[in-house]
Design a protein around this ligand. Structure first.
Ligand code: HEC
Ligand code: HEC
Length: 312
């Protein structure tokens, strides 16, 4: 009798120990799909899931999931704290406060509770925290979930990619200006801008670059086809018309062009010498980019274009 009881006890403790990481919950397919899509389009741009990624702007999804699981093993608690942080990204609501010191605070993205529940459900039930999720599961999930119209519309996809890259570059640039001043931020642009766009492209499975007819970096010079688009946009802007993206299809690729328009902030480094741009900023720029052509701009002019190339 005793032995039998002991056996039962051991069996239970073994089971709970093995499963103490998380309970088994069921999330329906529609929620999983929604959760994956939101993660893919709105979270991975900062939370890069590629373990090879070197230019981190936020903790990886693996780190986040493990930190949450470490604290909240059952889904109800996991969800509650996940949603609380998203609705109000403050240090007081964060379970990884050290990440805020390292990367700065996450912006509030404005998803509904239902959408956040779908995201949490996907994170909790998937094997996102494992080492080979990115290499093995991610391509399969993309194949499975990204099939509908807008997701297959290259102009939409490309625009999403360019917008996300832009928001991250913009956020990082503003941060660099705030912490290092305009002059110091010039080095950020030269050392970080390209790796950042590269890491975005890796996550989003596309090649992305910024080019210009008056380029600062010699490797950002527009080619003939890109120059043609640049000319068209400049004419549209000159006549006060709306700009529009363009799509170019080849046998194996789809390439999309999107205008990059200047605002007030850009003029610190792309403006007119002595009025909108300080001499010392320009000296610094010239010391890195001897061939710089990217000055003399005013607001609302075409500074260059995003080129997003995707495989068919
Ligand atoms: C613009 C970049 C950016 C985007 C986009 C972004 N995050 Fe974050 N996120 C951060 C940064 C930076 C941190 C670390 C600092 C912090 O906690 O605020 C963070 C932290 C987190 C944390 C940890 C919070 C904690 O409790 O400490 C979670 C969870 C999270 N993000 C989820 C998401 C989800 C889900 C999405 C997509 C819906 C998303 N993030 C999109 C930048 C981003
Ligand atoms: C702190 C200085 C600084 C500010 C502010 C700044 N840039 Fe730049 N920009 C640079 C530097 C430096 C490069 C060269 C980056 C590189 O090596 O790829 C660059 C490159 C570019 C390029 C790539 C083409 C080229 O000329 O090499 C574009 C497009 C661009 N900037 C647009 C903008 C826009 C639009 C803004 C405002 C929203 C802006 N920049 C604000 C410094 C700045």
């Amino acid at each position: 009798m005793k032995a039998h009881h002991l056996f039962v006890f051991l069996a239970i403790s073994f089971f709970t120990c093995k499963d103490s990481k998380k309970e088994t919950i069921k999330v329906d397919e529609i929620s999983l799909e929604e959760g994956f899509k939101i993660l893919n389009t709105s979270c991975f741009s900062c939370h890069n899931p590629n373990p090879q990624n070197k230019t981190k702007v936020a903790p990886s999804p693996q780190e986040i999931k493990l930190a949450y699981l470490n604290k909240y093993t059952d889904f109800d608690n996991f969800l509650e704290h996940f949603v609380a942080f998203q609705e109000n990204p403050l240090k007081a609501n964060a379970i990884m406060p050290e990440a805020i010191d390292k990367y700065g605070i996450m912006p509030k993205l404005g998803y509904t509770k239902e959408q956040l529940t779908a995201v949490a459900g996907y994170i909790y039930t998937s094997n996102l925290e494992t080492n080979d999720w990115f290499a093995v599961s991610y391509p399969k999930e993309r194949e499975k979930y990204l099939k509908t119209n807008t997701e297959n519309n290259p102009l939409e996809i490309g625009k999403n990619i360019a917008l996300q890259t832009k928001s991250i570059l913009g956020k990082n640039l503003l941060n660099a200006i705030k912490t290092k001043g305009t002059e110091g931020a010039v080095s950020f642009c030269s050392t970080r801008a390209i790796p950042l766009t590269d890491s975005m492209a890796l996550v989003l499975n596309a090649r992305i670059k910024r080019v210009s007819d008056k380029n600062r970096n010699p490797s950002n010079a527009a080619n003939e086809q890109e120059l043609k688009y640049i000319k068209e946009i400049q004419e549209l802007l000159r006549d006060g018309n709306e700009t529009k993206p363009q799509m170019i299809e080849t046998e194996n690729t789809i390439t999309c062009y999107y205008p990059i328009i200047t605002n007030d902030m850009c003029l610190q480094c792309h403006g007119k010498m002595g009025s909108t741009m300080a001499q010392q900023t320009y000296t610094k720029i010239k010391s890195i980019y001897a061939e710089d052509k990217a000055i003399g701009y005013s607001e609302n002019e075409l500074r260059g274009i995003w080129v997003v190339e995707m495989d068919k």
